[in-house]
Ligand binder design. Sequence first.
Ligand SMILES: *Cc1c(COP(=O)(O)O)cnc(C)c1O
Length: 396
Amino acid sequence: MNEKEIVALTDENIMNTYKRFPIVLTRGLGAKVWDVNGKEYLDFAAGIAVCNLGHSQPKVIEAVKEQLVKLTHVSNLYYTEPQTQLAKLLVDHSFADKVFFCNSGAEANEAAIKLARKYAHENMGPDKFELITMKDSFHGRTMATITATGQEKFQFGFTPLLEGFTYVPFNDLRALEAAISAKTCGIMLEPIQGEGGVNIPDENYLVSVREICDRHGILLIIDEVQTGMGRTGKLFAYEHSGIKPDIMTLAKALANGLPVGAMLATDRIAKAFVPGNHASTFGGNPLTMAAASAVVETILNEGILENCRSIGDYFLSQLRELQQKHPIIQEVKGKGLMLAAKLDMETGDIVNECMKRGLLVISAGSKTLRFVPPLIITTHDVDCAIKVLDEAMEGK
Ligand SMILES: *Cc1c(COP(=O)(O)O)cnc(C)c1O
């Protein structure tokens, strides 16, 4: 099928939940993708912060190929080694003692909300079920996770929402303290808000949130679905702050493009789940587990974090220079390779101009350009992207 046919047939047969760009992608390698007409793009979207190791990563391909011909799925009625291996890797390299596997970020957060409620029910009493989440947060599209998401645009039309959620502004410790009530069982937040605009926590904000949780004996749930797996220059973004959460969720980059999610917790909290409490048919299937183990090992052993930090710093400095030239850029922000440029206008035009010139970038909210390239990019890739951005912003 050609581009026109694919676009027409897609729009005819697939529900209208996405506003897609009118290109059809067929192939990817490293930080590049190609469309059906053979046009090449530098991919600074990486499937929305998913392909952290780049497209067609050899170690991931090898792991998937090897597992695919052995065993793809048997359910969680039985033990499988790939699941054991990934769980051990994640436990060894995080605060957590236990993992639950699922298939997406929303599912991981759904599992976290259930675990928090179950733990609270058993250890704090049945009246403590409320979670405090942040305005401008994003936690997924299921009923519980749109309720947790502190943005009305994701909730509109889907009421009644779930009971037991309340919202405070990110970076506002006073509002957070004030929101804690006799019903509160935990606080849930992203260490850097992704979809909400790449909002960075103030110095010591997360330390203070941890202190508040400890003082009130409530749980700290960190959503690392976007920030995890090296995106910010550490394996997990909470590591920058020196604190440890009680529960953490992962998905997006965990298997570099295969659908997998994980919810991790300390032993004390994880004990609240017993057989029958939660489950997923596909969760932890050998194929995605093998891919994810290859991802974690590659991130840890092949200088990915170091590259993310140094290229991230370089990219940030180049974006600051671009800001000097283009007054439409109000603010440049981010950490590692989770970077953004807040504009004084809607991003649509710039995103389209970049795409025409062979650069894929995405937005976070309506006025923030978001850059979440593969963590393997080079300074040359950054220079190419900056050149395209410079051209796309000319005369704006
Ligand atoms: C993308 C995202 C989610 C939702 O993940 P899905 O896999 O789309 O369900 C949840 N939380 C954060 C922080 C995200 O960026």
